[in-house]
Design a protein. Structure first.
Length: 154
C-alpha cells in the first residue's frame, strides 16, 4: 500500500477516534496525542511513520470503527457534544455523523486519485457509468494533454 494511502487511512482513524470520542466524552480506542502537543501541529496523523506498519494503521482504523459503532449505539442521534477545535461549537451526534461522512467521502476521492496515479486505471466501468470510454492509448494521450495544460499554468 502506498505511504500516501496509508496516511489517509491513519488520518481517518484518528479523526473518527477524536470525533466520536472526545466530542462526546467517550474514551479513545488508543492514546491520542493531545491537541496541545507538537504531534498535533505537525499533522502526524497524515502520514505513516517508519515504525508503523500497514497492519498497525489498519488495525487502528478497525479500533476506531468499533469505538464509533459503540458511540452510535450508546447515544441518541441528538446527543449533544462540543468540538473544542471548532472554537467550542456545540454539535449533535447527527451533525458529527454527517461531518465524518463528508470527511470520509473527501478522502476516499483523494485515495482514488492516488490509486489512479499508481496503477493508471480510471474508475470502475459498468453499463451507464460516467467514466469516458477509451483504450490505454486514449487515456495516455488524455493524461499527457492534461499534464501539458497544467505545466503552462505552473
Amino acid at each position: 500500500m502506498s505511504p500516501i494511502l496509508l496516511g489517509l487511512v491513519k488520518h481517518l482513524a484518528v479523526a473518527e477516534a477524536r470525533y466520536f470520542g472526545e466530542i462526546f466524552d467517550r474514551p479513545a480506542p488508543w492514546p491520542l496525542p493531545s491537541w496541545d502537543s507538537d504531534a498535533a501541529w505537525r499533522n502526524e496523523d497524515m502520514w505513516a511513520a517508519e515504525h508503523e506498519s500497514r497492519d498497525d494503521i489498519i488495525g487502528r482504523y478497525r479500533l476506531a470503527w468499533e469505538s464509533t459503532d459503540a458511540t452510535i449505539e450508546a447515544l441518541p442521534i441528538d446527543a449533544p457534544g462540543v468540538v473544542r477545535w471548532w472554537d467550542g461549537t456545540p454539535v449533535t451526534l447527527h451533525l458529527v455523523l454527517v461531518h465524518m461522512l463528508a470527511e470520509l467521502n473527501r478522502h476516499a476521492g483523494h485515495a482514488d486519485i492516488v490509486r489512479e496515479l499508481i496503477d493508471g486505471r480510471v474508475g470502475w466501468r459498468h453499463p451507464g457509468d460516467n467514466v469516458a470510454e477509451g483504450d490505454e492509448a486514449w487515456w495516455t494521450a488524455y493524461r499527457e494533454r492534461l499534464e501539458s495544460t497544467a505545466r503552462k499554468f505552473a
